[in-house]
Design a binder for this molecule. Structure first.
Ligand SMILES: NC(=O)c1ccc[n+]([C@@H]2O[C@H](COP(=O)([O-])OP(=O)(O)OC[C@H]3O[C@@H](n4cnc5c(N)ncnc54)[C@H](OP(=O)(O)O)[C@@H]3O)[C@@H](O)[C@H]2O)c1
Length: 344
């Protein structure tokens, strides 16, 4: 499909960034129909060239006027840009799909994973004259809920304990460059450059760099707690999380322990996950082959493995799983484009 008169006019905000670039890749891969496309970023990149589907576009500086005539605006330029410009885009009738955390917990804004809760955005219509914001959940939440929702639907999750192993790409293009640079520096016996993170990242790991709150959790961990409740529309589900940055270039991993209301055995769980949209099962105990970040990098599906009964819980009421997902793709750009597809 690609460029077509019947498609919506699209704007990509933050197009020069890690997620922005992935937006273009995903729009292309999925043959997303569009009448026109605007490439928007900060003043710093205005005027630079951006090739897309055989055409050369010029990156424009983001202003309120950027959204005149725009049907769908895909935002990935950080929370403060979203807070300032998403309402302006909405006023002009655009449907904003926002990747930042700015509006996720706003009661009037649907927080959507299309495979999980598409009904939350069913009232939003393209070109109705009424703009809207749909929020893309945090990348760790998306990857976690892609794997756990099929099990939750069957046996109802009462409590979930999540430990994450998060890649550099989650912190943007500059963090990926810094990990590469540091790796070279350490191997050359030099002091590693620490501009993005305060400590050595190469050959190390550390608690997620999100600010730590007064309850001792960091913001990334609390996103998992709060966003799960909103997406599952279940204020009682108990979630706790520990989020760690690991020196992986791209794709997050998560170890998830689940406690269910109803019994669920591991064979049934494996079969349910094999049939779930957007999920693949990699669970080869004989060869010790399970999901890895490298395996899922640049791929759409979230991989689940290590599916096993939790021996600390009686009566098949607990399971452990290990999950990997490309957080720039399903954790950000792909999920946002799938939201936009729901509007077509
Ligand atoms: N990386 C991920 O896996 C991931 C996952 C989910 C959500 N997100 C969210 O997506 C957003 C972007 O993340 P990223 O990883 O793509 O970051 P990034 O690689 O640092 O890219 C940031 C983008 O925002 C643009 N930008 C910055 N300030 C701007 C301004 N004042 N006006 C217009 N554009 C501006 C930058 O343009 P210039 O090139 O002109 O500076 C660049 O295109 C963040 O809110 C992040 O939390 C990221």
């Amino acid at each position: 499909m690609g460029a077509t008169e019947s498609g919506p006019s699209v704007a990509v905000v933050g197009v020069t960034g890690a997620v922005g670039q992935e937006f273009l890749q995903v729009l292309s891969d999925r043959d997303f129909p569009y009448r026109s496309i605007k490439m928007l970023a900060s003043k710093r990149s205005a005027g630079s060239r951006m090739p897309f589907q055989g055409k050369d576009y010029v990156v424009e500086e983001l202003t309120a006027e950027s959204f005149d005539g725009v049907d769908v605006a895909l935002f990935s330029a950080g929370g403060s840009v979203s807070k300032q410009f998403a309402p302006l885009a909405m006023e002009r009738g655009s449907i904003v799909v926002d990747n930042s955390s700015a509006f996720r917990m706003d009661e009037s804004v649907p927080l959507v994973i299309p495979e999980v809760n598409p009904e939350a955005m069913s009232h939003i219509r393209l070109r109705s004259g009424k703009g809207a914001i749909v929020a893309n959940p945090n990348c760790s939440t998306i990857i976690c809920l892609m794997a756990t929702t099929p099990l939750h639907r069957l046996a109802k999750v009462l409590r979930m304990v999540v430990s994450t192993y998060q890649a550099a790409s989650g912190a943007g293009a500059a963090a990926m460059q810094e990990l590469e640079l540091q790796t070279r520096e350490v191997l050359d016996g030099k002091q590693p450059t620490c501009n993005i993170f305060k400590q050595q990242y190469a050959f190390n790991l550390f608690s997620h760099n999100a600010p730590v709150l007064s309850n001792g959790y960091n913001e990334e961990e609390m996103k998992l707690v709060k966003e799960t409740r909103k997406i599952w529309n279940d204020k009682d589900v108990k979630v706790t999380a520990t989020c760690i940055r690991v020196p992986v270039m791209r794709a997050h991993a998560e170890s998830i322990n689940l406690q269910f209301e109803k019994p669920l055995d591991e064979d049934t769980a494996r079969e349910v996950l094999k049939k779930a949209a957007g999920v693949i099962v990699i669970d080869d105990r004989t060869s010790n082959i399970f999901p890895t970040p490298l395996e899922v990098s640049n791929k759409d599906d979230v991989a689940v493995g290590r599916i096993r009964q939790d021996v600390s819980q009686d009566g098949n009421h607990g399971l452990d799983v290990f999950v990997c997902g490309d957080q720039i793709r399903k954790g950000a750009a792909l999920n946002a484009v799938q939201i936009a597809e729901k509007l077509l």
